[in-house]
Structure formats: C-alpha cells, structure tokens
Design a protein. Structure first.
Length: 215
C-alpha cells in the first residue's frame, strides 16, 4: 500500500504552536523543532524564525556561537549572529548554499537535533528526494497539487491516479490521487482532511509530503 506522510508548517508563530500541539496529540512522538525558509537574494545568511529560536533556546539565543549543520554525510560549521534583532545563520552559511547550487526560492528545511546541532534538507523546485512542499488554503480546500517534477519522477507520464492514504501523526485520510497529462493532485477526500486539520481562513499553510510504501 502507498501512503503519504504530511507535516504542516505555518507563517504565523501563534498558529504554528496550535498546529504542533494538535499534531503532538495525534502522534505520541515529540516533534523536533524545525522551520522552513526559501533562499532569498542575500545568500550570506539565513534568518532563524523567532518562534523556533524561543522553542529551542528560550530567551538565551547563543549569539556568537558556532553550531553544526549536517547535510547528509557532510558536516558544516556556521555561526549564529544578531541581525536587526533577529538571529541568523551566517559565517559559513554561504558555503552550504554554493556547495548545493541553491537558487532563489529553493527551500531549506532546518531541524534541530540538539541546541547546537541541526540537520538540513534542500528542496529544489519544492522537491527533495521522496518529499515535496506545497501550500494549502482553507479557502481553496477541494484539492492539492503536486509539483510537476515530483509526480512525473515517481509515477511516470502514463499515471492515471489511484486511492492513497494521507497520514498526519497517527491519523489518516483516504484521498483520491487524480492525474492527467499536465498535473497530479489530491482530490476526492481532500476537503475532509482540510476541514479536520486546524486551518484558519485566509491562512496559507505549507505542507511537506513524504511518499512511503507499506508492504
């Protein structure tokens, strides 16, 4: 059986906390602090969201400290500094960007494995191996499109769709995947998922989907 595992991310810290609280209730496994950013014009630093910093360090952000970022089997060292009141990764961050040939709007997913150690995943054109990012609004709840490069690589150009199972924590929803020559999307059953996950009107959530197979 094929399944899709979903993590939810949000742009507003107070709502992010609510989403993670419900997610934790669904899943007994504690969610490690993480955040998603997209590469901007200035590649010498990456801004660390304030809610992530508070969750990880409280009110004692370790400005000036060198931390470790693991990229697969590679380990890099960057420094945390203060930029206009916001913590940032810098002093070595640009080397990670250049090594992975990241472009404007490529995604960066940072996950804390400790107070000074992190894992990073790169989403080029919103896709990273068997995972991808997209957005969902409650005002458009009927479907969710997959990135073109993702479904073409995993399903092939002749794919017509099938039933899939979408997991958030330990809960799941049966959702129909529909495909045609130019797109693939979650459709029948997707509205139920959107209604039961705490999305707020006019709020855009980011969803990370990971394709898994159950034998």
């Amino acid at each position: 059986m094929e399944g899709i595992v979903v993590d939810w991310y949000h742009r507003q810290p107070q709502v992010l906390a609510d989403v993670r609280r419900q997610y934790t209730e669904m899943d007994s496994t504690k969610i490690p602090p993480s955040f998603l950013k997209f590469i901007g014009e200035d590649i010498v630093f990456l801004t660390i969201p304030s809610d992530f910093a508070t969750n990880l360090w409280g009110d004692k952000v370790p400005y000036g400290k060198t931390v470790q970022i693991r990229d697969g089997g590679s380990l890099s060292f960057v420094r945390i500094r203060n930029r206009n009141g916001q913590p940032i990764f810098t002093d070595g961050w640009i080397n990670l960007v250049r090594k992975n040939a990241l472009k404007l709007k490529d995604g960066v997913l940072i996950t804390a494995t400790g107070p000074y150690t992190f894992n990073v995943s790169w989403f080029k054109e919103y896709v990273c191996q068997n995972s991808y990012f997209t957005a969902q609004q409650k005002t458009v709840p009927e479907m969710s499109l997959m990135p073109h490069t993702f479904w073409k690589n995993f399903y092939g150009k002749n794919y017509k769709g099938e039933m899939a199972r979408v997991y958030i924590g330990e809960r799941f929803w049966n959702v129909k995947l529909e495909a045609c020559s130019h797109c693939c999307c979650f459709k029948d059953g997707w509205r139920k998922l959107v209604e039961e996950v705490p999305l707020e009107n006019e709020c855009a959530f980011g969803c990370m989907f990971t394709l898994v197979f159950f034998m």
